[in-house]
Structure formats: C-alpha cells, structure tokens
Design a protein. Structure first.
Length: 719
C-alpha cells in the first residue's frame, strides 16, 4: 500500500473522534496529520481563524482542535469566502511542497544513488504539543528532521514516544520546582500506527533479563520525512516495562539502559519490519549507540566473523557528540551490562571480556561501558557541534586514539543551526519578504543575500521589534495571572513588565554550568543597574532543571526569590514552563539574549541563533557557537576566550566583565535615541547580527554540511 494511502486509512479509522467537517474544508484533517504546519504559521492560522480561543486552549494542537471544535464554527468557516481563499492557498502550498521534484538533494545528487539515512535520537523537539523533548538536544533533532524534509533528503527518523512526556514545571510559593506529569493521549497527537508493507501493525520485540519486551511503533509525518516512535506502554508488557517509555530521562540506571536498548536495538528492528534499509546510520548523541551492536549481530547471524561485521557496520555509521559535561555521557557499570547483555554477546561471537572491551572506559568509580565510546568506535564519521566543541571533544577522547596527536583525533565539527521557519516571527518574515525578495527562503544560506537586511528602514524594524515585545509582555502577564490564580495569592500590584523598558532574556535548561545566577554576584550593583530612572532594565528568566538536579533547582529558587525582593520585584521575572512556545515568544520578544555558560561546557547552544534571526542582540560568553559568529559589531562577547585554573576566578572575571559591558555599552546604546525616538545605533547592531548570523547558523547550512561531509562520504564507502 502506498504510504499516503496507508496514512489516510489510519486517520480515517479515527474519524469517529472528530467533529464532522464540511467537505469543502475536509483537508484540514490531512494537514493536521503532517507536522508541516508546525513551521508554516499560515497553516496554523487556518485553525486559529476558526476559533482562536480554542486554538490557545488546545495548545496549538490541530488534532485536538478538530475533536473539540464546534460544528457550527466549521460550517461558518466553510461558508466564508475569505477563509476559503486562505484555505485554498495553504492547501496548494502544502501539495506543492509534498510533490516537489526539484529539491536541493535531487538537484545536487540526482536520484541515482540509493542512499537512505536513518537518524536516531532519544528526543525530538518538533512542537510544544508533542512533549518528547527536554531541551537543546531534542530541539536540534526536531529542527534537523524539518530541514531534512525541506532539502528533500532520503531520510527517516527513529525515537521513543513518552506517554508522559517531559514534565511540566510549576514553582511553589518558595520558588522550588515541582514536576507535573500528565498522560499523553495518542489520539490527541498527530501520530498514526506504523504499518508494514502488507498492512500489519509494527511491534518489535527486544529481550531484557528474563523477559521479552514489546514496543509498538507509531509514525509521525514531518513534511516529507517519516518519524517512527516506539512505545512500550502496551499489552502484554509487565507494568514495570509499560512504564519504561513513560518518561523522558525518568527513572534509574536500569530504566535508562532498558530504554536505550529499546531505542537502539528495537529501532533497528522497527526499520527492518517497515522494509526500510538504511545505508547511513546517524546516532544523534550516544543514547542510541546500541544500534551498532544490533547491526553487527545481524551480520554475525548470517555467518560473518565479528571483526568483519564490525568493520562493515562502522563504515555505515555517523555519530554526533553533544556535550563535554560528564553527566551527559551515559556510561553503565559492568554488572548492569552483564545483566542486560549476557544473552546478547554470544550472538556477536564474543566472550564477556571481549564484549566489555568494545566500549570500556575507566572512571573514577570504576570501569564502565560507555555509550560515547561505543558510538565513537562503532562509527566512521564523528563530530562535535561547534568548532570549539570539536576541539574540546578531541581532547576529551584523545585516549581512544593514543597514536595520533590531539589535533588529529578524528572528531570533526559541524556547528549547530536552527530551522529558520520554525523560529522566525511572522512579522519579521514580512520584513524579510520586503527586503530580501519573496523567495529568500530558497536561498536562505546565501550570505550575500542577507546583506540587504541593512537596507530595512530603522523605523520599520523598530516598529516590528516593539510589537513583538508587546506580544511577549501580554503572554508573560497572562502566565503570571494564571500563577496567581493557581496559588490563590492576591493579584500582583506591580506591573508585570513594561514594553518601553530594555528587556534581557535568559532562558535555557537550568544546568548549573549555564550559570543563571551569574548576575546576582553583586546584588546592589544589579539593583542599581535595573533601577536607573533614565534607563531601567527588566530581566526575564525561564527554564527547567532536570527533576533529579537539586543544585539546578536551587538556582531556579534563587532567581525566583530574588525576583520577590524589594528593588527587584517587577524588574526580574521568572516564567514557569519553558517549552518551545515560550521559547518562541522570548527569542522573538526580548531586546537582548543573555548567555553565560562556564566556558567551554556549552557545546553549541542554539537559542541565541533563534534570537539573532529575529533581530535580538546576543550578549554571550565566547563559548559554543558564539566565537564563530561574533565579529565585534554584531553583539557583545562576555569574558575572555581563555582557560582558568579556578572556577571561582572564572566566575568572578566573567561577572565583572558582564556588569561592565551592560553598564557602559549595552544599556546606553539601547537608550541612545535619535530625535525620532528610535535607537539607530542599536538597530545597526541588530541588523549586523541578522545579516551575519541568519544565513550561517541555520539548519540549511548545517544539514547540507552533514550531507556533503558525513552522510555521502559514508554512503560512498559502501559503493
Ligand atoms: C532552543 C531551545 C533550547 C536550547 O537552548 P540553549 O540555550 O541553546 O541551550 C532549549 N529548550 C528549548 C525549549 C528551546 O527552544
């Protein structure tokens, strides 16, 4: 059965759940089942324009929306000529996209080569209504998949569906983070059952100690790319195994190893059942590295000796490492590996010792089986995610390549980027349509084209920037109102944010190395900075700490408590529940994006790229992607690009420098107005930032690099 037919059959079986849709606009349902709408605001408007309140209530989820919407509203839309014109335009664009033959991949490489790339990731950040991501890694994976679709890559993605997703965040009265898990109903999201060629549902089996575990496979369509997600919350798994896929990064090490076995080994088996035979296997971070073992097992089962099988699998595999933070590199104690793999290694033709040797890493607490080591040894091409991170990773993993100088350790780098359409505010898009021409997106990574941004009239850019800040202020006020209602506290008497005030945004996961509280080192100095009559400042914080990370939660509490102190109240605001929706509002609405990681722990970072695309100016430590982007005129660099012997010294130096540039440069520049009230010097920096960052730090450039530098060379090794 053709894939499209199969999908629509699946959708139709869910028909009973939906409000009957008038025939004239019936394709709203097809549209809902392809996440193409997540990066086409005009497609989202088709739902919003039917019932804007419901669209918000259903958290921008069209599947949910189509179930909840009143039939009368649908009928009104179907009788409204303006709506129908809009509907026809969007559907035509959608059809053109899905049918396009002249994609970048086809144009560049033809379709003669039968390359298929399989991309494995433990999380995918595609939209706020699909909570199967925790932070930057997931959002990057989601952006990668969207771009793979845009460029027309032969590409499938594999991951895990978490019925409880990642947690939703609430702060109690003291500012302590509480995690709320709620059950995700699969009927509410744009997932359908994955089916085999002959129409059977796909269920994979994986052996765990003393039992077999089953995972059912769902499919989510992301433009032209299929994303397959495994779910273990099915009969006949034991309650404990059904919990396995319940939460992203929940549970203990046993749950984690079991999840990673299902992801890596089960993921390969899922693709086999689907009749998909990748020629390139891309592990996005080490969580999926067990796939290497499964691919080797398949070959050994066909009679190939282990060494040869290993060489062949290695030659098809690509691995991206994402963090120099030790906790981000999974490593399992050997007794756990013994428990979970003693039935597996005989199938590889290995002894226990030989098996452990495949990924052995000595750590302070003893020998472990390390996923990063497995992935590095089991892949031909490997990369870090910025030039600086590549350098750091070569140092970190030098011990695996003792015979080469550190600079020649074979870990290259592909600097992260963002999927521009996902993160660009519609109002900014209209400016770019005018300045760059209507087809600028086709040519998104053309640096020369973006020079035209400098021609945008200051008053136009200023007007849009202020409007976006107004949108953010409205969202923040609503969130604060909701919080006060929830806590039963009196409505706030202070104004929550003012659109005329210079606004700094700081939002990211609250891992301690990101140093959210760096600005609090000298509270009096900060208070003075926030409250100058002639140039006041407000700071918005948001971000979740990992549920097991108490130091991270303490940082959140410190920010929250500071925000309640006299002198800070109304000037510092912590917003709960940082997710892709809040991220969009923040990176589009603030004036400055602040980034203060302890160098060199931020492998790349991408939120600052989202901000820059929208005309927000970066003030950032020279870590991750920023040293590649910063040119002295497109934002500010905090601290020095050097190493420190003590963290205290580093923190002190960076904080001093940050205060100084805020006080003497950033804030005065923002408040330096022309006779027309417009900050022309500020807008020059904003334009310089857009022009230099938008074309380079996008997934357009990034995925093209993955194709030409990693995927195709690996594919050609097998030819
Ligand atoms: C972009 C994004 C991130 C990554 O932010 P960094 O500052 O690069 O760590 C994390 N969470 C969400 C919700 C995002 O949208």
């Amino acid at each position: 059965m053709a894939e499209a037919e199969e999908a629509s059959l699946n959708i139709r079986s869910a028909d009973l759940l939906f409000t009957p849709i008038p025939e004239r606009i019936a394709r709203l349902r097809d549209l809902a089942y392809n996440l193409w709408w997540t990066w086409h605001p005009e497609a989202q408007d088709l739902y919003r324009h039917i019932d804007a309140d419901l669209w918000e209530e259903d958290y921008h989820n069209p599947v949910d929306f189509l179930r909840d919407v009143r039939q009368r509203k649908l009928e009104e839309a179907a009788a409204n000529p303006e709506y129908l014109a809009e509907y026809d335009r969007v559907m035509a664009a959608f059809d053109r996209y899905m049918a396009a033959e002249d994609t970048w991949y086809r144009r560049t490489f033809g379709n003669a080569n039968d390359v298929t790339i399989a991309y494995f990731s433990a999380e995918f950040g595609l939209h706020e209504s699909l909570p199967i991501y925790s932070g930057g890694l997931g959002v990057l994976a989601g952006d990668h998949v969207k771009e793979a679709s845009d460029l027309g890559l032969p590409f499938v993605a594999v991951g895990f569906i978490y019925p409880q997703g990642y947690f939703r965040q609430r702060l109690d009265q003291s500012g302590w983070q509480e995690a709320i898990y709620s059950k995700l109903n699969f009927a509410d999201i744009a997932a359908t059952q994955a089916l085999t060629a002959d129409g059977r549902e796909v269920v994979v089996e994986v052996d765990l100690p003393g039992r077999t575990i089953y995972a059912k496979v769902y499919r989510i369509q992301v433009g032209r790319v299929s994303l397959f997600l495994m779910d273990t919350d099915i009969h006949p798994n034991s309650p404990q195994d059904r919990e396995l896929s319940a939460r992203l990064y929940g549970g203990d090490q046993e749950m984690r190893i079991a999840q990673e076995i299902v992801l890596g080994i089960g993921g390969v088996r899922a693709l086999r059942q689907l009749g998909i035979h990748p020629t390139v296997w891309h592990m996005n971070e080490g969580h999926s590295a067990f796939l290497v073992l499964e691919l080797v097992r398949e070959k050994v089962a066909q009679g190939m000796p282990f060494d040869e099988a290993w060489r062949e699998v290695r030659a098809q595999s690509v691995f991206t490492t994402h963090t120099p933070v030790p906790a981000g590199n999974d490593a399992f104690p050997l007794h756990l590996m013994e428990k979970y793999f003693n039935h597996f290694w005989p199938h590889l033709g290995l002894t226990r010792e030989q098996f452990f040797d495949v990924a052995l890493q000595q750590q302070s607490w003893g020998p472990t089986f390390a996923m990063t080591v497995l992935a590095l040894k089991g892949s031909h091409a490997h990369n870090g995610v910025s030039k600086l991170h590549g350098h750091v990773a070569r140092g970190m993993w030098h011990w695996l390549y003792p015979n080469v100088p550190q600079d020649e350790v074979p870990i290259t780098s592909v600097t992260n980027g963002i999927h521009s359409s996902t993160w660009l505010a519609p109002a900014m898009r209209r400016l770019y349509d005018e300045a760059l021409g209507p087809d600028w997106e086709e040519d998104l990574d053309n640096v020369a084209l973006w020079a035209k941004v400098r021609d945008i009239p200051d008053e136009r850019l200023w007007e849009v920037r202020q409007a976006l800040k107004g949108d953010l202020v409205a969202i923040a006020r609503e969130r604060v109102r909701q919080r006060h209602l929830r806590l039963g506290s009196p409505p706030q008497v202070w104004p929550v944010l003012e659109p005329e005030i210079f606004t700094i945004g700081f939002a990211r996961r609250f891992a301690t190395y990101k140093r959210a509280t760096l600005l609090f080192r000298e509270p009096e100095r900060l208070k003075a900075l926030l409250n100058r009559r002639d140039r006041p400042v407000q700071i918005i914080f948001a971000g979740k700490a990992h549920p097991a990370d108490d130091p991270g939660k303490l940082f959140i509490q410190q920010v929250y408590q500071m925000s309640q102190q006299p002198g800070f109240l109304g000037r510092i605001l912590f917003l709960e529940e940082y997710d892709m929706a809040l991220a969009r509002a923040l990176v589009q609405g603030v004036d400055v994006w602040l980034n203060t990681p302890r160098r060199p722990y931020e492998a790349s970072g991408t939120s600052g790229q989202k901000a820059a695309l929208n005309g927000v100016v970066n003030v950032s430590v020279l870590d991750g992607w920023w040293p590649e982007a910063y040119n002295g005129a497109n934002g500010w660099a905090v601290g020095e690009a050097r190493e420190y012997s003590s963290q205290d010294e580093q923190d002190w130096n960076d904080a001093q420098h940050l205060y100084r540039i805020l006080e003497q440069e950033v804030i005065p520049t923002y408040y330096d107005r022309g006779s027309d009230g417009i900050p022309h010097r500020w807008l020059a920096i904003s334009k310089e930032s857009i022009a230099t960052i938008a074309p380079v730090f996008s997934t357009r450039r990034m995925v093209k690099e993955y194709v030409t530098r990693l995927y195709l060379p690996v594919a050609e090794m097998q030819a």
